[in-house]
Write a protein that binds this ligand. Structure first.
Ligand code: KIV
Length: 265
């Protein structure tokens, strides 16, 4: 069984082959996703909302992240496991390092995800130089929901778009391995994807990104209330959760998802 590594993901980008990412917080979902061919499994701090029932990700602790990451990594043999550094776990560089080390050594993560651009450059560089694989999360930053004034699309003005593009290239230079773009116009996501050599994962960022991610509960239609416009319910057109994961993988790879209805102009 060939394990998914950052080298493999880079090769997929170079070959123009799309890859997939879904969130999982437990062993059963993680194994079903790995069996469906999901390359990257994200233990997201979205667990604060979909598992704990909170209104945001802000209450998620390091102990909770380690617990859920370990539940996922215990059963996965192939997928790359990425785990979120939760809110306030990376205030100082030293804190970011010791909390990343916990996600890796206690949780079994292969990569950590950090929200933020310019402000996180030194942290990303410090981690990368010490051998920690990092994914940098740009665009809509759920941990900054109150500062951003809600869960709103980012990068619509020329200044905002310029800043996100600048952050993306600076983070690549600082040594980040992946970028994750959340809720930005497709045109900006396309520019960023073509401006960096590292793979770019999108959520609400259009079809040109190298990969797509969705919160698994959203793409199974389990999330309460109106789903975000970039979400597609894959369970609706399939007979089982396993088939819904397979349909997601197939439709990302053949370019059917996301379509224009799941994309911001
Ligand atoms: O925590 C999470 O699930 C995420 C996704 C929204 C990308 O960061």
């Amino acid at each position: 069984m060939n394990k998914i590594t950052t080298t493999k993901l880079n090769k997929m980008k170079q070959a123009g082959e799309k890859f997939t990412c879904l969130t999982a917080y437990d062993a059963s979902f993680a194994l079903a996703q790995e069996n469906a061919g999901v390359e990257v499994i994200l233990v997201g701090d979205s667990l604060g909302m979909v598992v704990k029932g909170q209104a945001s990700t802000l209450s998620v602790s390091m102990d909770e992240m380690v617990y859920h990451t370990a539940n996922v990594s215990r059963v996965c043999q192939k997928s790359l496991i990425m785990s979120d550094l939760p809110f306030a776990a990376d205030i100082t560089i030293e804190q970011a390092y010791s909390n990343s080390a916990r996600l890796i050594s206690e949780g079994g993560a292969h990569m950590v995800k950090i929200e933020g651009g310019a402000t996180m450059l030194e942290t990303v560089q410090f981690l990368a130089q010490r051998g920690i694989a990092v994914c940098s999360h740009l665009g809509l930053l759920p941990q900054s929901v109150h500062k951003m004034g809600g869960y709103r699309i980012q990068g619509r003005t020329a200044d905002e778009a310029q800043q996100i593009l600048k952050d993306a290239t600076a983070l690549e230079q600082a040594g980040t391995d992946l970028l994750l773009l959340e809720c930005v116009p497709a045109e900006l996501a396309t520019r960023i994807t073509h401006s960096v050599t590292i793979p770019v994962i999108g959520i609400g960022a259009g079809a040109e990104c190298d990969a797509q991610v969705l919160v698994s509960y959203d793409m199974l239609g389990l999330t309460q209330g109106n789903p975000a416009s970039f979400v597609k319910n894959f369970l609706q057109e399939t007979n089982s959760i396993q088939d819904a994961f397979k349909a997601y993988v197939e439709q990302v790879k053949n370019g059917q998802f996301p379509s224009t209805e799941h994309t911001f102009e």
